[in-house]
Design a protein around this ligand. Structure first.
Ligand SMILES: [Zn+2]
Length: 124
C-alpha cells in the first residue's frame, strides 16, 4: 500500500523542518552559535535542543559531517517527493511498502536492494 498524498505532504513538511534544523546545526558547528540565529527556527520550542547543540559543538567535531550526510539524504528525499518518485526503489523500481517508509522515511531502496547494498559496502 502506498502513502496517501496527505501523508506525503506531512512527511515533506516534517523533513523540511528537520532540514532547517540541520542547516542551522551544521552552520553552528562551522561558524559558532551565532549561526543559529536563523529565521524560521522556533526558538521557544527548540530552546533546550539548541543549548544542547551549542555545548556539543565544542566537543563534537565529527558530528557536522554526519549532519551533512543526513541533510543530503533529506534533500534527495524531498526532491523525490516533489517529482513523484518517492516510495519507488531507486535500484529495482519496485514500490517500497508504506510501513517501511514510515519507519525509515529516508529509505531510497526496498529492503532486498538495501541489504544487497550494505553487503556490497561491507565487502570493500
Ligand atoms: Zn529494490
Amino acid at each position: 500500500m502506498q502513502m496517501s498524498p496527505t501523508e506525503l505532504d506531512e512527511l515533506g513538511a516534517r523533513l523540511r523542518r528537520r532540514a532547517e534544523r540541520l542547516h542551522a546545526e551544521v552552520a553552528a558547528k562551522k561558524h559558532g552559535p551565532a549561526a543559529l540565529e536563523v529565521p524560521g527556527i522556533d526558538r521557544e520550542r527548540d530552546n533546550d535542543d539548541i543549548s544542547f547543540v551549542i555545548s556539543e559543538a565544542e566537543i563534537e567535531t565529527g558530528e557536522a559531517e554526519r549532519d551533512e550526510v543526513e541533510l543530503g539524504a533529506i534533500e534527495r528525499t524531498l526532491r523525490r517527493i516533489e517529482d513523484g518518485s518517492y516510495g519507488v526503489c531507486a535500484e529495482c523500481g519496485v514500490s517500497i511498502p508504506a510501513a517501511r517508509l514510515r519507519a525509515q522515511p529516508l529509505a531510497a531502496r526496498c529492503v532486498p536492494c538495501q541489504s544487497e547494498r550494505e553487503r556490497a559496502l561491507q565487502r570493500r
